[in-house]
Design a binder for this molecule. Structure first.
Ligand code: MG
Length: 326
C-alpha cells in the first residue's frame, strides 16, 4: 500500500500517531496541532512549546529562485509561525542540515546568515544542531517557545457562532511559484512572499488572548480550516468575496488565466494566521489592528466546510495542499 492510497499526509500522521503517540499527564497537547504543548512546572507556569519542520531542496525551496539567505530566513519563519499559531513566543532553536557531498560552502554560509538574521529579528537563539551528508540538501529545524496558559490557542477550540478571521492577505507565495514554474517573472512583492515570507509574531500576541482556535496557514486555507473543523467538531461557512487577496495575486491569476482564489485556498506557505473568535471580542481586536479580516463563521455539526460564492451558490470548499496526495 502506498501513502497516496490511504489519502495522503494527514491520514499517514493519524496512522503513525496510533502506533507511537503517547499519553502523559504533562503532555498537554501531543501530535496534531501546530506545536506540542508540555507542562514543565506546576501551574500557573507557562507551557513549553515544541515544533519541528523539514525543508527539502526541490520540494520546499529551490536554489533556482531563492538565495541561500532567503532559504535560511524562510526556514526560521515557518517554524516561528507555528509557535505564533499557538499564541506563544519562540525562544531556542536547533538546526540540522543534510548536504550533498558537492555542496558549496558559500551556499551553506549564506543559509546560516539568513537563519541568523531571522533569529535575531524574532528573538530566537540558535542553540545547536547536526550536519550530515545525503542525496539532496534538506534542513530540519526544531524550535522551542513558551506560552501563557491563558493565551494558548488550539485547533480544537472553535465554537459554533465564532467568526472566522485571517491576518494579512493570502495566495502571494503560491501565485509567485505558479509564475516561476511557467518561466514568468513575479513582481518583487510576490517573490519576497515566496522566497522570504515573514511570520505573524507581530500580531499574534494581540490575537491570542482573544481567539478561541488558531492555526497558521502553511498548506492553504482549504486545508487549515478543515483541521479546525475536524478537531473542534464544527462546520464552517467561508464567504469567497471576503477572502483577502493582494492586487498582485489577482494580476498573477489574470496572467495565468486561473481563479485567484485557488492560490489562497489550495496554495500554501502564506504563514498568515487563521483563527476563530466570539463575535463580541472582534471590536476589541479591531481597535488594536487593521490587519485582521472576517471571512466566515463557524457552524454547528458537519465537518465539511462550505464556500459561499458571489452569486450566493454554496459549494464544498476546495481542499488545500496535501504532501503525498496524488
Ligand atoms: Mg502550522
Amino acid at each position: 500500500m502506498k501513502i497516496q492510497d490511504i489519502g495522503g499526509e494527514f491520514e499517514l500522521i493519524d496512522r503513525l500517531a496510533a502506533i507511537a503517540g503517547q499519553v502523559h499527564g504533562d503532555l498537554v497537547v501531543g501530535i496534531g496541532d501546530d506545536a506540542a504543548v508540555i507542562r514543565t512546572a506546576p501551574e500557573p507556569a507557562p507551557y513549553l512549546l515544541v515544533t519541528t519542520d523539514l525543508l527539502v531542496e526541490g520540494s520546499h525551496f529551490s536554489s533556482r529562485w531563492c538565495s541561500p539567505e532567503q532559504v535560511g530566513h524562510k526556514a526560521v519563519a515557518c517554524n516561528a509561525s507555528d509557535i505564533a499559531a499557538m499564541g506563544g513566543k519562540p525562544s531556542w532553536m536547533f538546526a540540522s542540515l543534510v548536504l550533498a557531498p558537492n555542496a558549496d560552502v558559500e551556499w551553506v554560509e549564506g543559509l546560516y546568515r539568513g537563519m541568523a538574521r531571522a533569529c535575531r529579528s524574532n528573538g530566537i537563539i540558535l542553540a545547536g544542531g547536526d550536519t550530515t551528508h545525503g542525496p539532496a540538501a534538506s534542513l530540519s529545524i526544531t524550535l522551542l517557545g513558551i506560552v501563557d496558559q491563558g493565551h494558548l490557542c488550539l485547533r480544537s477550540q472553535a465554537k459554533p457562532g465564532d467568526l472566522i478571521m485571517v491576518t494579512g492577505t493570502l495566495g502571494a507565495s503560491a501565485a509567485a511559484l505558479a509564475l516561476l514554474e511557467k518561466n514568468d517573472k513575479p513582481d518583487l512583492y510576490l517573490l519576497s512572499k515566496h522566497c522570504a515570507p515573514d511570520c505573524r509574531l507581530d500580531i499574534s500576541d494581540i490575537i491570542a488572548p482573544l481567539a478561541n482556535a488558531m492555526i497558521d496557514i502553511s498548506d492553504g486555507l482549504g486545508s487549515e480550516i478543515r483541521h479546525i473543523c475536524r478537531q473542534s467538531r464544527v462546520g464552517a461557512e467561508i464567504v469567497a468575496d471576503r477572502i483577502p487577496l493582494h492586487p498582485e495575486v489577482r494580476r498573477a491569476a489574470d496572467q495565468l488565466g486561473i481563479d485567484p482564489l485557488s492560490f489562497a485556498l489550495q496554495g500554501g506557505e502564506d504563514y498568515e494566521l487563521l483563527f476563530t473568535m466570539a463575535p463580541e471580542r472582534v471590536e476589541g481586536l479591531m481597535k488594536r489592528t487593521d490587519d485582521c479580516h472576517q471571512i466566515g463563521i463557524v457552524t454547528q455539526g458537519q465537518y465539511e466546510p462550505v464556500l459561499i460564492l458571489a452569486d450566493g451558490n454554496r459549494i464544498r470548499l476546495p481542499e488545500g495542499y496535501n504532501h503525498f496526495k496524488k
